[in-house]
Design a protein around this ligand. Sequence first.
Ligand SMILES: [Zn+2]
Length: 180
Amino acid sequence: MSERLINISKVSDIFPEYIDTPISMLLEYHNLKRPFEPHTQAEILIGMCMDNRNHIRIPGHFAFIIRTGGANLRYSEFKVSFAISVGGVKNIALIGHTNCGMLNLSSQRDQFVKGLVKNAGWEVENAEEHFSKYAPLFEIGNEIDFTLSEARRLRDRYPSVRIAPMIYRVEDHRLYLIRE
Ligand SMILES: [Zn+2]
């Protein structure tokens, strides 16, 4: 496991800048099994991968969630802006994860093309073109580096919003803060 990942197994593991914020609350709900409290409005926007192994333990009404390949929010900007402006959230948890399918996309080209032909009824050349056009946009490289770079991009874009990059380890289903 990367030394940059901080295991959150008690409240004092949470970075001081997140204490008494919805970021801390998210970590406590998920990792520390904090009892659910009633929420009447969204406190946080969670950006996370669509991967079916990622499951977050939170109460109803607590969070807006945008799920994308690799927790990449570059192509979801209007929805992020909406959650902040109309939804009123001032905190974003950006959750990358281990073993993400958006890593090394080029190595999955054959499977992608064959799968679209077999499962979706596509022609081979259309499937190849689709992959070539979009794979570079969704490739994330290393999950920790990508999540950090995406957090920095969001901080530039939304300077008054608190952005917390973290990693969900599919090996133990826990959230880890990233040492920046
Ligand atoms: Zn993923």
